[in-house]
Each structure stands twice: as C-alpha cells, then as structure tokens.
Design a protein around this ligand. Sequence first.
Ligand SMILES: [Fe+2]
Length: 66
Amino acid sequence: MQRKKVEHYEISTYGGLAQLAETLGLNEIKELLGSTLEEEKETDEKLSAIAENSVNYEAAEEPEAL
Ligand SMILES: [Fe+2]
C-alpha cells in the first residue's frame, strides 16, 4: 500500500511537470516526462494486480465459515 502511495505521488509530480513543460514549449522535455509518467502508471497497475492476487490468495487460504 505504501508503495502505491509513492507511485501516486510520482504520477502527480511527473504529470504536473509534463504539463508545465508543454506550457513553456519545452517539447523534448515534455516527451521525456511523459514517458516517465507512463512508466509510473504501468508500475501502479502492476502493484494493483499484485495486491489483488495477494488478497485472492489469502481469501482462498482462509478456512470456510460454518
Ligand atoms: Fe515509481
């Protein structure tokens, strides 16, 4: 959970900086920041999948209630 929080900060930061670079007409920098932003989004999705699988695994391991 903490790791996803960090990813969300990164997504917010890179998104804001990419927007600023676009506003300033710094297109090459905007593209670089945009690439990093996409990587952060992909990492966030992977972490979500890991968390989901972990929850499902733990649920499957729980004894059934009577
Ligand atoms: Fe990250």
